[in-house]
Write a protein that binds this ligand. Structure first.
Ligand code: PRX
Length: 676
């Protein structure tokens, strides 16, 4: 893969490396004495003396807080005149209107002015020890060449470019090149199938797709360009496909394809940044909802970048010179906010992880921590649970003394995994921050930090709202629960700059999903418990969305695919508790009357279809063939009953009097026993 000259692991010096530890503890020590040392913009806030008063100030004086942060943290081409213009009940969300800026300038140029040779990206390639470091100067050069190329090939401000690439410097440069010329990007996780990719390209109406010839992950090669070829056959809008070379293996190129690296070399290294309005679209990112169709959430320029930058710095105590290791794929919001935008806006050094937690062995993460001297490690509970099972020796083998903060994201982290992460990985000395947030929120909203460094952290709890965030719990009647030691639907009572603005082309769906369930509040779709002390713990989704290995998927999306199988009459998909994945996929299938295929063949067929139409991670773990599904008299499938059967909580089946045919439940219980 083409990289500017000098991108090797040998000749790049991280500018601040050695001073990391001293500065970290110095800053923590000063925190109690002087809040302005901690957050410069807080110096002018009246009555703010410590972290909890700063949090209170940020909520009750939201405009002053965010205005000061936006002025301090972002470089503006034109200052904003209005801090916010929001009305959650109508789904109207606008921040920093009147302002103009360029996100790529904020992530690159301003750091190139002060520290051009600082490492921006460490590309941790699949083979351990083959990492590539890219400085801010080099990343700016890549971005500018690519920005010029996109412009020359007709990509205009307001267009949406689809990026189907694994984590690599050219993927980041592609995102930033879009931002530079004012195009939006739509990164699609490179594990998605051709059909899932095509659906997202069509919805985003992209005319340009950027990809690589092949992906390499866990020692296996995947044919990404071939997947794009299949996808674009059903995408009439696509006019050109830019192809970069991740491996040496040539791929068939058509008239539509452009050799991206060859063309980039013809371009100038200077690219005029577009002056973007705060509320212009920065990117779309598709995520699952409770209905079949994934939704393209829209994030805009200034508010998103500010929120990603502020949370990155304060949730993880990121300081200049630290090496930040977020192992999420760039195809998810975690990769967007904490591998790319947050760290780069802060002038940080960020790791792009191409591999898996167990390649070539279960010591991969910790060997990488040792080799790259990672200071903050941010990963998913599913990987922690998996590694825990392999035993402590894989962790102890490597030096982890550089680690300062450990983060967890994407799903609830159970106490056993939390304790292991803290005690074994972090040697009991690194705070573990369980971070709750969503594609919709743009950045972390509930997390134990920032707070007084001595404040307690409760295992498995996200605990405290971030600056500017006001969580509330609602009861089933839609009333705000004011007491503690209570559970309810988690809503956010105030807008914040990082939140999604709409669903691409479906503003009404945005309003119905997030704004109407509890008018005046942003409804998250999650349930939460608030402890006696007022700390939050996320209890899981309240809708039909499940979380498989940290990947969010609507049960309706899987059912849609299963129901397309010719022998299937109907189906019901539910999530069940899974040791490693957090939740697994359990599918009940009713076959059509005349089907005489073997169940094993049908199961194979169904798995293939889900993998082909969505992605491998969505494949059912169990398929139970049943005569009928338990339904209410009005014909609604009683998922509550199915869940209880799969959880083996037969005493909790509850009121079955509304069932149309109670015998269906007996059959299902019997079938479940035989299957598991
Ligand atoms: O249910 C919550 C769960 O993941 C959902 C968001 O998924 P997604 O948009 O893919 O973003 C994942 C990365 C931010 C949430 O609605 N979730 C996320 N973080 C946590 C969590 N559940 C429990 N604890 C968390 N820390």
């Amino acid at each position: 893969m083409w990289l500017p000259r000098g991108c090797t692991s040998k000749n790049i010096v991280t500018s601040f490396g050695r001073r990391v530890f001293q500065s970290y503890f110095r800053v923590l020590g000063q925190w109690r004495r002087n809040v302005a040392t901690f957050m410069p913009e807080a110096a002018g806030f009246e009555g703010v003396s410590d972290c909890s008063s700063l949090q209170e100030f940020s909520v009750s004086n939201s405009e002053s807080f965010w205005a000061a942060a936006a002025r301090e943290r972002l470089s503006w081409i034109r200052p904003f005149h209005t801090v916010q213009d929001c009305d959650l009940s109508r789904g109207k969300i606008k921040w920093f209107e009147g302002g103009q800026l360029n996100v790529s300038v904020n992530c690159l140029d301003r750091h190139v002015h002060t520290c051009p040779e600082r490492v921006a990206l460490i590309w941790e390639r699949d083979e351990p020890g083959s990492e590539v470091k890219v400085t801010y100067r080099q990343l700016l050069e890549m971005t500018c060449r690519l920005g010029n190329l996109l412009r020359r090939r007709g990509v205009k401000r307001g267009d949406c470019v689809t990026i189907y690439m694994p984590p690599c410097p050219l993927a980041v440069a592609s995102m930033l090149a879009c931002a530079r010329i004012g195009a939006a990007h739509n990164v699609v996780f490179a594990g998605f199938s051709a059909e899932a990719l095509a659906e997202r390209i069509r919805d985003a109406q992209s005319s340009t797709v950027i990809t690589v010839n092949q992906g390499v992950r866990g020692g296996k090669v995947t044919e990404l360009k071939r997947t794009v070829d299949t996808a674009v056959q059903s995408c009439p809008t696509v006019q050109q496909v830019f192809v970069a070379m991740r491996t040496e293996n040539p791929v068939a190129m058509t008239a539509r394809d452009v050799d991206m690296e060859e063309e980039m070399l013809k371009e100038d290294v200077v690219c005029e940044p577009a002056a973007m309005n705060s509320e212009d679209v920065l990117f779309l990112l598709y995520t699952s909802g409770s209905t079949g169709k994934p939704k393209g959430l829209v994030h805009t320029q200034a508010g998103y970048l500010l929120y990603a930058a502020l949370t990155h710095r304060y949730v993880f105590s990121y300081h200049d010179g630290d090496v930040f290791g977020c192992v999420a794929d760039i195809g998810w919001i975690t990769g967007h906010s904490y591998s790319v935008y947050g760290p780069l806006a802060n002038g940080g050094t960020t790791v792009l992880f191409e591999s898996t937690p167990i390649y070539p062995d279960p010591g991969r993460y910790w060997e990488m921590v040792q080799r790259l001297k990672i200071n903050q490690f941010y990963g998913a509970p599913t990987a922690i649970r998996l590694l825990l099972k392999y035993g402590d020796q894989w962790v102890h083998k490597y030096d982890r003394s550089t680690l300062k903060t450990l983060g967890s994201v994407g799903e609830p982290i159970n106490t056993e995994a939390w304790e292991w992460y803290h005690r074994v990985v972090g040697d009991g000395r690194c705070p573990v921050v369980d971070t709750w947030w969503q594609t919709e929120t743009g950045g972390i909203c509930i997390t134990p930090r920032p707070s007084d460094p001595d404040a307690e952290i409760v295992p498995g709890m996200a605990m405290r709202p971030f600056f500017g965030i006001k969580p509330v719990l609602m009861d089933t009647e839609g009333k705000v629960l004011t007491s503690n030691d209570t559970s309810g639907a988690l809503c956010l009572a105030q807008p914040w700059p990082g939140m999604a603005r709409t669903i691409h082309n479906h503003h009404q769906r945005f309003i119905e999903t997030y704004c109407q369930p509890h008018p005046g509040y942003f409804f998250t779709g999650d349930g939460a418990y608030r402890s006696k002390e007022g700390y939050y713990q996320i209890t899981g989704r309240l809708d039909d969305v499940i979380n498989v290995s940290g990947h969010r998927i609507g049960t309706a999306e899987i059912e849609d695919v299963v129901n397309q199988c010719s022998g299937v009459a109907e189906s019901a998909v539910i999530g069940y508790s899974h040791d490693i994945k957090g939740q697994g996929v359990y599918t009940f299938v009713v076959l059509k009357k005349d089907v005489d295929d073997q169940e094993a063949d049908l199961s194979r067929q169904l798995n293939n279809m889900v993998s082909k139409k969505i992605a491998k991670y969505a494949c059912p773990d169990f398929i139970q063939f049943v005569q009928r599904l338990p339904k209410t008299r009005s014909g609604k499938i009683m998922r509550r009953v199915l869940r209880k059967v799969v959880e083996r909580d037969l005493s909790g089946l509850g009121d079955l009097s509304t069932l149309d045919d109670p015998a269906a439940v007996e059959e299902i219980i019997q079938g479940h026993r035989e299957l598991c």
